[in-house]
Ligand binder design. Structure first.
Ligand code: SF4
Ligand code: SF4
Length: 386
């Protein structure tokens, strides 16, 4: 596994980082019911392949990710891995909560220091929460005390906001959403440029865009297969992110041992993309865009909906339908109807009352109420609105 130097130190971080937000769960359970044995097997495999960066958060798996990861990693030499976790800015209601949550995280993760610690999901709105509750000041103090080694933030907003944040506070690194679809669509290119100019190492999240760049549309997959029959669509996406020189590690939120095997193999024999390969990606992206899916990453930040709508599930079903329509025009509604019908009535898009609360929380800036309306039209009339 390629390892990259952290700034000008003698610390090295694996090019693949283990994201702990989509761990395997027990069948029929909620997202809190993490399958510990499967997770342990995945982590052991990843470590043996050279992965030394594990990224969790207070909110992941509704609070269950940190204790599971902490328990598994506690069997290993503390210096052999980097543990990253995050302060949930979106949950803060008063200043004292920052210390309570931080101490709780140390306990849940079974550590006495964090290697990388981030303010979670910084954007224009949550930057105000960070200021109001003096989050940076508290964490900087923890860094001085040695309880945090490197202090950074994860980010979902425009380059202008990124510029403001990096100008206002002295961070050590940044985590951004970066993949070939978002390079232009969410101006990841502009964000990388700002971070590069400040010498801040970049942790990439969502390199495969919540899995959507691993499935794509049939037309896009064909383009990749033609260029390299042995390479999976996900491998193109991982290599794209890893080819950015300022990137320290590329996080992948893995759910199965097979994904761990694939991803460690891709980044163990990593070769940066050539110019011709970049053209292949551009052509596949163009084909994929024609399938016009909703860019949901299934992060669930928009939940819970006060009306009970399962927003990411509705969007995933809709996206699946858009892609399979490509493949089988003879039975375009079959899977859609089956999956939509499996949701409870309150979970279906038809239960949306258009309150707009979800859209404010979506880091992908998806107009969720509008898409719920689009899905409703399709459910009722079997057609998309004009
Ligand atoms: S707009 Fe619809 S989906 Fe979003 S929170 Fe309100 S009711 Fe739920
Ligand atoms: S709609 Fe937005 S906030 Fe909700 S799961 Fe999808 S990407 Fe995340």
């Amino acid at each position: 596994m390629e390892k990259r130097r952290y700034r000008n130190t003698d610390e090295f971080v694996s090019l693949l980082g283990f994201g702990c937000m989509r761990l395997p769960t027990r069948e029929g359970g909620t997202s809190r019911d993490i399958d510990k044995e499967k997770t342990r097997e995945m982590i052991e495999y990843a470590r043996a392949a050279g992965v030394n960066y594990f990224d969790t958060a207070y909110m992941y798996h509704e609070g269950a990710s940190e204790p599971v990861i902490g328990e598994i990693l506690s069997s290993f030499d503390r210096k052999s891995f980097n543990l990253a976790t995050k302060m949930p800015l979106m949950m803060l209601q008063h200043e004292a909560q920052v210390e309570t949550i931080f101490n709780d995280q140390l306990k849940k993760c079974r550590v006495d220091y964090f290697d990388f610690y981030l303010l979670h999901n910084m954007n224009r709105g949550l930057k105000t929460a960070a200021e109001r509750f003096k989050v940076y000041e508290f964490l900087k103090k923890k860094q001085e005390e040695g309880v945090i080694r490197h202090l950074g933030f994860s980010f979902h907003d425009s380059p202008a906001v990124l510029k403001e944040i990096t100008g206002q506070w002295d961070f050590d690194f940044t985590q951004i959403q970066c993949n070939y679809q978002d390079w232009e669509e969410q101006d990841a290119k502009g964000q990388v440029k700002i971070l590069a100019s400040k010498g801040l190492p970049i942790i990439v999240m969502e390199p495969v865009r919540g899995g959507s760049l691993a499935t794509l549309s049939e037309s896009a997959v064909e383009i990749f297969k033609k260029a390299d029959p042995a390479a999976s669509p996900a491998s193109w996406a991982l290599r794209y992110a890893a080819s950015i020189p300022e990137v320290l590690t590329v996080l992948s939120g893995m759910s199965t041992l097979d994904q761990v095997k694939d991803n460690t193999a891709i980044l163990s024999s990593f070769k940066p993309l050539s110019g011709a390969e970049r053209e292949v990606i551009s052509a596949a992206l163009l084909a994929y865009r024609k399938s016009a899916t909703v860019p949901c990453t299934a992060c669930r930040y928009c939940m819970d909906c006060p009306s009970g709508v399962d927003i990411p599930r509705n969007l995933a079903i809709f996206n699946g339908w858009k892609i399979t329509l490509d493949k089988n025009p003879a039975t375009p509604r079959f899977f859609f109807d089956m999956q939509y019908g499996r949701m409870g009535p309150e979970e279906q898009s038809s239960n949306c009352v258009n309150c707009g609360k979800c859209a404010e929380k979506c880091p992908q800036h998806i107009d969720i109420p509008r898409w719920m309306g689009v899905i409703n039209t399709y459910v009722r009339e079997g057609r998309l609105p004009a």
